[in-house]
Design a protein around this ligand. Structure first.
Ligand code: GLA
Length: 391
């Protein structure tokens, strides 16, 4: 509540009116990495870090965007929005506005104030949180109500076509639809999902390596192209194949020697990661944490050796968790090349785990990490109305 009240006060000082406030969370991914854009399976959870967007209408056609902590105040004409990114943080907001317009939805002039509490560059989807909270805020001004899965798809489109990052649907979807206490198992082709309860007594411990290597964006797009090359090859052998989702482990093994090594490695990761995600959803449902843990470890090894998106710091952080009391399983989470690991840890051991993993990581790298004790939280929502809660 404190964040909402502070933000409302700040907004009133900046713009002289009282805002409506929306919140959208960041996420961690438990398993199913680099599978979403291959029509595969993912199992993330929304976490307690959120981005807040405060909004109020303006009488003119301007979109004015400020942030509590990020530099720059921006002003646009909503009838002449830029067509591509301008290279500032407001791109995520403007991108969403622009995609809403292109989809034929109405926009009204607005003042917007952003308050971001999702660590930036840590692989916890601060961008999806900003997109989703902005979309809900902008839609609210014209009383447009869209189903949340559609909001997620529009936000992804904004990131793909306006910001220029070819991301999949996972982050925006879970930011919209996440549920407290649950992992979110999503079929990224049909968008069918299932909530998987996180067993009682288990904490999500997120360890931030504090590094983000430059490779991240370029390598992400390269991986996507490599997957597409894999699909083209497999489609020659089986024309029913539209995405790596359609490739079975058997077919993959049959053609181990027919693909360039790099392409085969990428395909091998995706095909087996899909199976691991299905298995992990079942194991988590059954409370078989030993199985979930070993699938997470296999996932990490595969991201390191086959998909080649890990880095030394992530590997050190994953190793550092091994053998600590209460540790059930861990791996890198998100796109890779830095950012965070996700660890499943028994609640009673979580604080001690946080202290000890930080010491081990610092001893090995000289870097002081941040460790967050998280739980699965609800997805995006309206959190403040101008006349409610004394705002
Ligand atoms: C980033 C993207 C997601 C997903 C992950 C990797 O977080 O935004 O769509 O592709 O990387 O699993």
């Amino acid at each position: 509540m404190k964040d909402e009240i502070d933000l409302a006060v700040h907004f009133e000082k900046a713009f002289g009116t009282r805002p409506r406030i929306f919140r959208a969370p960041g996420r961690v991914n438990l398993i199913g990495e680099h599978t979403d854009y291959n029509d595969g399976f993912v199992m993330p959870a929304a976490v307690g870090f959120s981005t807040y967007v405060a909004i109020a209408p303006r009488p003119d056609r301007k979109l004015v965007i400020h942030s509590k902590e990020l530099p720059g105040n921006f002003e646009f004409d909503i009838d002449h929005l830029p067509e591509t990114r301008i290279g500032a943080w407001c791109d995520y907001v403007v991108g969403v506005a622009s995609v809403l317009r292109e989809s034929g939805l109405k926009l009204a002039g607005a003042n917007l104030l952003v308050h971001g509490k999702v660590p930036i560059g840590a692989g916890l989807s601060s961008s999806a949180a900003l997109e989703v909270s902005s979309a809900l805020a902008l839609l609210s001004l014209t009383d447009t109500s869209l189903p949340l899965p559609e909001v997620a798809q529009l936000c992804r489109q904004a990131e793909n076509s306006f910001v220029g990052a070819r991301v999949g649907i996972m982050d925006q979807f879970v930011s919209c639809m996440g549920k407290a206490g649950h992992a979110f198992f999503l079929d990224c082709r049909s968008l069918d999902f299932r909530l998987v309860p996180i067993p009682a007594g288990l904490q999500l411990v997120v360890c931030n390596t504090m590094v983000k290597h430059d490779l991240a964006t370029g390598a992400y797009n390269t991986r996507r192209e490599e997957c597409e090359a894999g699909v083209r090859a497999f489609a020659q052998w089986d024309p029913a194949i539209r995405a790596l989702r359609d490739v079975s482990v058997d077919l993959l093994d049959q053609h181990a020697n027919d693909l360039p090594t790099t392409i085969w490695k990428r395909c091998s990761h995706v095909v087996r990661e899909n199976q691991r995600t299905l298995d992990a959803a079942r194991a988590l449902t059954e409370g078989d944490l030993a199985r979930v843990g070993s699938l997470m470890r296999e996932s990490h090894n595969s991201l390191r050796d086959l998909y080649e998106v890990s880095c030394r710091e992530l590997d050190v952080m994953v190793e550092a968790a091994e053998g600590l009391p209460g540790f059930c399983g861990g791996r890198m989470t998100g796109g890779g090349f830095g950012g965070c690991t996700i660890n499943l840890v028994r609640e009673e051991n979580a604080e001690d785990f946080a202290k000890r993993i930080a010491e081990r990581y610092r001893a090995a790298t000289g870097i002081c990490p941040q460790v967050y004790l998280c739980s699965a939280e609800d997805g995006a929502q309206l959190v403040g109305e101008p006349r409610s809660g004394g705002m």
